[in-house]
Design a binder for this molecule. Structure first.
Ligand SMILES: Nc1ncnc2c1ncn2[C@@H]1O[C@H](COP(=O)(O)OS(=O)(=O)O)[C@@H](OP(=O)(O)O)[C@H]1O
Length: 320
């Protein structure tokens, strides 16, 4: 048998694929979920190398569910002794939340720089989109707290579709929305299947409420103070009477609001090291934009899939 072959067999090479095929195949299935090849590399690196600490707080989200918002809220909350929320140069006013609360699988090996996580001051605040079963075992087995956020699949889908087209203006290419919607319904979306992701964390939050807090974008939008209170109770960093009296709660919500963050210079002019313009994380920040795009058939399809998948779980989305 000859061993002279130095490159992979033709069927494993990607350079001769047609552009159309490459476009369709830019995500792969790994451990039951879909993601890009470079992110798979990041996820594997995390699984092998990330050393969790009991004091870590990890934000887990489905993509486009309000990660940027919750990163900012968590940062403001957890660091409020170090950085008063009334500070004129508060880090959230000069840095994008994704810089302050890095994604484990992005920073590890995707942009080539491995942050010295061990040097982060405790409690370390980190984020990921990885499904529960694929989290590093250290994270699953330690006292690390997981804050989970999801959003109704209709708005999540529209937000994903915009992001993938990297557009902030109205987009009329209805064929591509249909194509992407069909894949989304089949479970093929970044870190999807969407429903499995949500359901796994929902079950964990019921089985282990001290480990996983389950939040929904819609509830955060409708009753932000109540959700913020749940967050502080879960993280054991409740507001003192003095803080409540001097308006810290309102100030945090104001600083982290869509209106404030999306208008900051840093979020209109700068880019992340991974290449995304900071402005791409702020589009409309509303519940119900799906109504401008969905046909009746699309809504019915998603309802049917959601009912089927969540049957008996007690989990329901709000679509107001
Ligand atoms: N502060 C604040 N408040 C409310 N909503 C906000 C906020 N910041 C970002 N957004 C909206 O969240 C959507 C982006 O989702 P993510 O931040 O999860 O994106 S990512 O997964 O980190 O790429 C995206 O939603 P859509 O507007 O529906 O596309 C953002 O506009």
């Amino acid at each position: 048998m000859t061993t002279s072959q130095t490159s992979p067999p033709k069927y494993l090479q990607e350079d001769s694929l047609s552009e159309e095929c490459k476009k369709l195949l830019d995500i792969y299935k790994y451990q039951g979920f879909w993601t890009s090849p470079r992110l798979i590399q990041g996820v594997i690196a995390c699984q092998q190398q990330f050393q969790a600490q009991d004091t870590d707080i990890i934000l887990v989200t489905t993509p486009k569910s309000g990660t940027t918002w919750l990163k900012s809220l968590l940062f403001a909350l957890v660091n409020r002794t170090k950085h008063s929320v009334f500070e004129q140069n508060h880090p959230l006013l000069v840095k994008n939340p994704h810089v302050l609360v890095p994604f484990l699988e992005h920073t590890l090996y995707v942009d080539g720089q491995v942050p010295d996580f061990a040097s982060f001051t405790s409690p370390r605040l980190l984020a990921t989109h990885v499904p529960f079963a694929s989290l590093p075992k250290f994270v699953q087995n330690s006292e690390t707290k997981l804050v989970y956020l999801c959003r109704n699949p209709r708005d999540t889908f529209i937000s994903m579709w915009y992001f993938s087209n990297n557009l902030r203006l109205d987009h009329k290419d209805i064929n591509s929305i249909e194509q992407m919607f069909d894949l989304f319904c089949k479970g093929v979306s970044i870190y999807g299947p969407f429903w499995d992701h949500v359901l796994d964390y929902w079950k964990q939050s019921i089985e282990n409420p001290n480990k996983v807090l389950f939040l929904m974008y819609e509830e955060m939008k409708e009753k932000p103070k109540i959700q913020l209170k749940r967050l502080t109770e879960f993280l054991e960093c409740q507001f003192s009477i003095e803080e409540e009296n001097c308006g810290v709660v309102d100030e945090i919500l104001k600083m982290c609001s869509f209106e404030n963050l999306s208008n900051l210079k840093v979020n209109t002019n700068e880019k992340l090291s991974t290449g995304e313009g900071n402005e791409t994380f702020f589009r409309k920040g509303k519940i119900g934009d799906w109504k401008n795009y969905f046909t009746v058939e699309m809504s019915e399809n998603l309802n049917r899939i959601t009912e089927q998948k969540f049957n008996g779980s007690g989990l329901k989305f709000l679509y107001t």
